[in-house]
Design a protein around this ligand. Structure first.
Ligand code: C2O
Ligand code: CU
Length: 499
């Protein structure tokens, strides 16, 4: 296999990050120039045409929009089922309720739904409700994985504001494979504040679960990640290749999640039109901001409003790094009477965390397998945090970027970045639970935990996570403790109370 490294340009810096591998030579060798290569164990296969940029406009597949389902009483069944990814053959994938992504789950803030997960896989799994701040025993952490052939009920007290969240498996050592093979989905929290804004709803609100993938000749998702990551040969949006969406002359709301294991997307429209960002991981921003390009790290989410009232010709949502067309928007030319959302005023009030000027903890994401030199060991608790206390945490990276940093158990606010890109970006505003840390960067956050219990910090490049770039900590009532010092392997072994 001959891979071509494609430079990843970061806005505001023009720096190179990561080596994105596209097997162009193999495409040519197969006589399929312009076609997408799906590479499986070295064997190329044609599957769609993601890089078309509008060419072959008649082709493509209608974007599936998983119908929203209410969370309470829902059963999610994880198992291998047949799927049609749009490559011309019906293959298979790991699915939730026969979908990859699974159903879009809706929850009203203030409610306490119970979702039952049935494990129809042939190995343990667990579901983490990424973005929900819920008690530790229903957070779906690795030590809560449950065996094949069993089920688990999650009762989720959802107290947080309206937001788009991301559910996915979290069994230790198997997270990356299970997610890449299809287990992922969107979970939307609704509340009254957001409803009052009159943002586009119904068919004008479209979740976009964006990822890359490898698909074999049978049309089956395959996975061959390495410790350094996994970069699939083709993009999938809501589980299909080369999707298009017929759009009326109206405002649309796109709820975007980067569901890829390792690939960072640099989202833009082919004609450079602005995307109006109204929210991030933890819900609405205070003010909408127009952006022509957004870098979206793994598991980060975006709430975008698009004014398509003047659209007369197709326009594409693209990834500027890979050159892929992700979604082709094709105008119907139909005018729709719709109350235009008022985005020029304050959308929400985001409580500003106030905390220390100096960090009390520093987390170093170096290499691919450890945080602060310590490799994840299930049951080891690295430190304790006091509930209700605002802390300032610093994250630094030295090598093997990008590291999408994710923290369970609380949302946080970014307060500064030095080194690397040297600034914070509009899509890093508001409440966050995941952010992108590039090489040589130092990012400070303010964070406060409101629930006691055991939570996790990890790299959301899922191959890094599985390789051990993850640690457990504990939120306690009264008291805190520093990071376990020195952190040689073994320093942790005595703390475990989980198997
Ligand atoms: Cu989205 Cu601990 O993960
Ligand atoms: Cu990492």
């Amino acid at each position: 296999m001959s891979d071509t490294d494609v430079a990843h340009v970061i806005p505001g810096q023009g720096a190179v990050m990561g080596g994105y591998r596209i097997s162009r030579r193999s495409v040519l060798a197969a006589g399929l120039a312009g076609g997408a290569l799906v590479s499986v164990g070295g064997a190329p296969a044609l599957a769609g045409k993601p890089g078309g940029g509008g060419g072959g406009a008649a082709a493509g597949h209608p974007l599936p929009v998983p119908a929203p389902v209410a969370a309470d009483g829902l059963t999610l069944t994880a198992r291998r089922t047949a799927v049609d990814l749009g490559g011309g053959r019906t293959g298979s994938a790991l699915t939730y309720n026969a979908g990859c992504p699974g159903p879009t789950i809706e929850v009203q803030s203030g409610s306490t739904p119970t979702i039952t997960v049935t494990n129809g896989l042939d190995e343990p799994t667990t579901v983490h409700w990424h973005g929900l701040v819920v008690p530790t025993d229903v957070d779906g952490q690795p030590h809560e994985a449950f065996p094949a052939g069993t089920r688990r009920a999650y009762t989720l007290p959802v107290q947080q504001r309206a937001s788009l969240n991301f559910y996915h498996p979290h069994p230790h050592l198997r997270t990356a494979a299970q997610v890449a093979l299809g287990l992922q989905g969107a979970l939307i929290v609704r509340d009254a504040e957001e409803a009052a804004l009159g943002l586009p709803a119904g068919r004008f609100e479209v979740p976009l679960v964006i990822r890359d993938a490898n698909i074999d000749k049978q049309g089956t998702l395959t996975y061959n990640g390495r410790a350094s990551g996994f970069l699939g040969g083709v993009p999938l949006v809501n589980g299909v290749l080369n999707p298009y969406l017929r759009v009326d002359r109206a405002h649309y709301r796109f709820r975007v999640v980067n569901a890829a294991n390792s690939r960072v997307f640099r989202l833009a429209f082919s004609d450079g039109r602005p995307m109006t960002l109204v929210g991030t991981d933890g819900g609405l921003l205070e003010h909408a901001v127009d952006l022509s390009e957004i870098t979206l790290g793994n598991a980060e989410r975006l709430d975008l409003v698009l004014d398509l009232r003047g659209l007369t010709a197709p326009v594409q949502l693209v990834d500027r790094d890979s050159g892929w067309t992700l979604l082709d928007l094709r105008p119907t030319q139909a005018d729709v009477s719709q109350t235009a959302p008022v985005l020029g005023r304050q959308l929400s009030v985001v409580e500003r965390l106030v905390g220390p000027a100096q960090p009390s903890r520093t987390f170093s994401f170096d290499g691919m397998t450890a945080i602060n030199g310590v490799r994840y060991q299930m049951g080891a608790t690295s430190f304790q945090v006091q509930r209700g206390q605002v802390e300032r945490w610093r994250f630094v990276a030295n090598g093997n970027p990008p590291h999408p940093v994710h923290i369970h158990g609380a949302s946080f606010q970014l307060v500064g970045r030095t080194g690397g890109r040297g600034q914070l970006f509009p899509w890093e505003g508001g409440w966050k639970d995941t952010f992108l840390l590039l090489d040589k960067e130092s990012v400070d956050i303010l964070i406060r935990f409101d629930l006691v219990g055991r939570y996790l910090i990890h790299c959301h490049k899922l191959e890094h996570e599985d390789a051990g770039m993850m640690l457990d900590f504990e939120v306690v009532e009264g008291g805190s403790s520093p990071m376990v010092a020195g952190t040689a392997d073994g320093a942790h072994g005595d703390h475990g109370d989980h198997g």
